[in-house]
Design a protein around this ligand. Structure first.
Ligand code: CO
Length: 191
C-alpha cells in the first residue's frame, strides 16, 4: 500500500469518523505490512528531500483509519533529542495495535502552537487540553507483546491524538467553539 498526501483521507471523508476495530493478535502478515508502511511514512516524512520526492506531509504519527482502514493500528515516531548537526540522538518509536488509555492524570496540558493532523488541511486555531500523563495498554507490534506504557507531556499528547483516531475523533473536536484559546487555570503549556 502506498501512503502519501494523496492517499491519506481528509476530514471531508466520513470514513475518518468511523470507529476502528481491534485486530487479531499476533498480527497477520497484511496488518504487519500496513503497520510497517505507516512507520516508514512518519520516518520519511520529516526528511525534507524524501518528503518532496514522495509527496509526504511531515508528521509524528499516523493511524490506520487515515488511510481508510478501520483497524486499531498506530505508528508514532518522535525525535526527542538531536545533536548539533540535527541528527537524532533520542527517538521514540511506537508501533501499536489495539491500544487503549487505562489511566489519565487530572493535570491537563496543551500545545502552545495547537495541533495538526495529516487528515486536516484547514487551519483550526485553538488550544486542545489533554491529560498531562497517561498510561496506555497496547500490543507492541515491534516486540510482539502486551505492554503498559507511561508517557507525559508532548509524547502523551501525541499518543492521545493518535488514539482519538481509533474513535473517529479529530483534534479540533476538543476546541471550545465559544472560546478556542480557553484553558484551565492550572493546565501546563507545552511549547
Ligand atoms: Co491526526
Amino acid at each position: 500500500m502506498l501512503i502519501n498526501n494523496d492517499t491519506i483521507i481528509k476530514d471531508d471523508n466520513p470514513l475518518l469518523r468511523t470507529k476502528s476495530n481491534d485486530i487479531p493478535l499476533p498480527a497477520c502478515k497484511q496488518d504487519m505490512e500496513l503497520a510497517t508502511t505507516m512507520m516508514t511514512y512518519v520516518k520519511e516524512s520529516i526528511d525534507p528531500k524524501l518528503a518532496e520526492e514522495k509527496n509526504l506531509r511531515p508528521a509524528v504519527g499516523i493511524s490506520a483509519i487515515q488511510v481508510g482502514i478501520p483497524k486499531k493500528i498506530t505508528a508514532i515516531r518522535i525525535v526527542m533529542e538531536e545533536d548539533e548537526n540535527g541528527d537524532p540522538t533520542d527517538v521514540v518509536e511506537l508501533l501499536w495495535a489495539n491500544a487503549k488509555i487505562i489511566k489519565r492524570s487530572v493535570q491537563k496540558a496543551y500545545l502552545d502552537m495547537g495541533e495538526g493532523c495529516l487528515s486536516v488541511t484547514d487551519e483550526h486555531p485553538g488550544h486542545i487540553q489533554r491529560a498531562m500523563r497517561i498510561t496506555v495498554h497496547a500490543y507492541d507490534l515491534t516486540t510482539d507483546q502486551w505492554i503498559d506504557y507511561k508517557a507525559s507531556g508532548y509524547l502523551a499528547i501525541c499518543i492521545q491524538h493518535e488514539l482519538d483516531h481509533f474513535n473517529g475523533v479529530l483534534f479540533y473536536d476538543h476546541i471550545n467553539p465559544n472560546d478556542p484559546m480557553a484553558v484551565d487555570e492550572n493546565a501546563i503549556c507545552i511549547s
